[in-house]
Design a protein around this ligand. Structure first.
Ligand code: PAF
Length: 290
C-alpha cells in the first residue's frame, strides 16, 4: 500500500492501472475510519482491481469552525485500517494541495435536494463544499466506482445528482449503514460521545425503530408516525433538530407513509450532532412471503 500526499504523485501512481485498463474503486473519506468505512473498502476490494482511499477533512463543507477544529484526526490508525482492508493507495492531501492559494472554484447544485434537511439546518453551503471537493477528487482519481455510506443518505443523493448533471462516468454505490451492537450508527463523530451521552445517542435509533413499529401496527399518517418517533426519544432526553418522513429520491415530505419512505433524523447529543435514517419496510409482506 502506498500513501501519497500530492495530486501529481497520485496521478503517477495510478498510471500503470490506467494503462492496463484496471477498474479503479474509490472510497472518499474524512478519516477517523471505523467499521462503516471498512464496509466501503471491503465492497471496493471485492468489486474493483485497484482501491483508492482518500482522507481529507474538507474545510469547505464545515459550517461550524468548532466542528472542523474538533473533527477527529487519527492518521496513523487510519493508514493501518486501510492497509488491513486491502487498499492500494491512500491519498492524504493537505488543504493547500486541494485548494491552491487564490482558488475560487465552487461546484454547486441548487434546489430542494441541497436546501432541505441537512441543507436547511447546516446551510446549503455544506453541500456546496461536498460537491466541490467530490468533483475535484473524482477528477484526480478518475474512478469507475465510488462508494458512499447510506448513513449520509442526503449526501449520497446529492452526489448521484452531481454525477448525473455533470455527466461524470462514475458509478455511485451506496453501502448500508453499519451499526454498533446496540444500534448506534457508526460515525467518526461518535468518538466525542461519552458516558451518559453514549446512552442518550441510542435515542436516534429508538426513534427510527418506533417509526417502523408504528408502521407495522398500521399507522400510515406521516404526522402521527413522526410524533410517535419523536416521543420515543424522550426517555433518552434527546430532542431532534429535525425528524422527517420523506420520499427517498426527492427528499420531499410525504403525507402517507408507504414502504420505501425514508425516515431521517438529526439530533444534538452532548458535544456533537448525530444523524441517522432508515427506509420503512413492509415487514408484514416480508413475513407473508417468508
Ligand atoms: O462523507 C464524507 O466523509 C465527506 O462528506 C466526503 C464525501 C468525503 C467529502 O468530503
Amino acid at each position: 500500500m502506498l500513501v501519497v500526499r500530492t495530486i501529481a504523485d497520485l496521478r503517477e501512481a495510478l498510471r500503470p492501472a490506467r494503462r492496463e485498463e484496471a477498474s479503479i474503486g474509490f472510497v472518499p473519506t474524512m478519516g477517523a475510519l471505523h467499521h462503516g468505512h471498512e464496509a466501503l473498502m471491503e465492497r471496493a476490494r471485492t468489486e474493483c482491481d485497484v482501491v483508492v482511499l482518500s482522507i481529507f477533512v474538507n474545510p469547505t463543507q464545515f459550517n461550524d469552525p468548532t466542528d472542523l477544529e474538533r473533527y477527529p484526526r487519527t492518521e496513523e490508525a487510519d493508514v493501518a485500517i486501510a492497509e488491513k482492508n486491502g487498499v492500494d493507495f491512500v491519498f492524504m492531501p493537505s488543504a493547500e494541495e486541494m485548494y491552491r492559494p487564490g482558488s475560487t472554484i465552487e461546484v454547486r447544485l441548487d434546489g430542494p435536494l441541497v436546501d432541505s434537511l441537512e441543507g436547511a439546518h447546516r446551510g446549503s453551503d455544506h453541500f456546496h463544499g461536498v460537491t466541490t471537493v467530490v468533483t475535484k477528487l473524482f477528477n484526480i482519481v478518475q474512478p469507475e466506482v465510488a462508494y458512499f455510506g447510506q448513513k449520509d443518505a442526503q449526501q449520497a443523493l446529492v452526489i448521484r445528482a452531481l454525477v448525473r448533471e455533470l455527466d461524470m462516468p462514475v458509478r455511485i454505490d451506496v453501502v448500508q449503514t453499519v451499526r454498533e451492537d446496540d444500534g448506534l450508527a457508526m460515525s467518526s463523530r461518535n468518538i466525542h460521545v461519552k458516558g451518559r451521552d453514549r446512552e442518550r445517542a441510542l435515542g436516534l435509533k429508538a426513534a427510527l425503530d418506533e417509526a417502523q413499529s408504528a408502521y407495522d401496527g398500521g399507522e400510515r399518517d406521516a404526522a402521527a408516525l413522526t410524533e410517535r418517533a419523536v416521543a420515543a426519544m424522550k426517555p433518552f432526553e434527546v430532542v431532534p433538530e429535525y425528524l422527517a418522513i420523506v420520499d427517498r429520491v426527492t427528499l420531499q415530505p410525504v403525507e402517507t407513509v408507504e414502504p420505501g419512505a425514508l425516515v431521517v433524523i438529526a439530533a444534538p447529543v452532548g458535544p456533537v450532532r448525530l444523524i441517522d435514517n432508515t427506509v420503512i419496510k413492509d415487514t408484514a409482506q416480508l413475513t407473508r412471503s417468508a
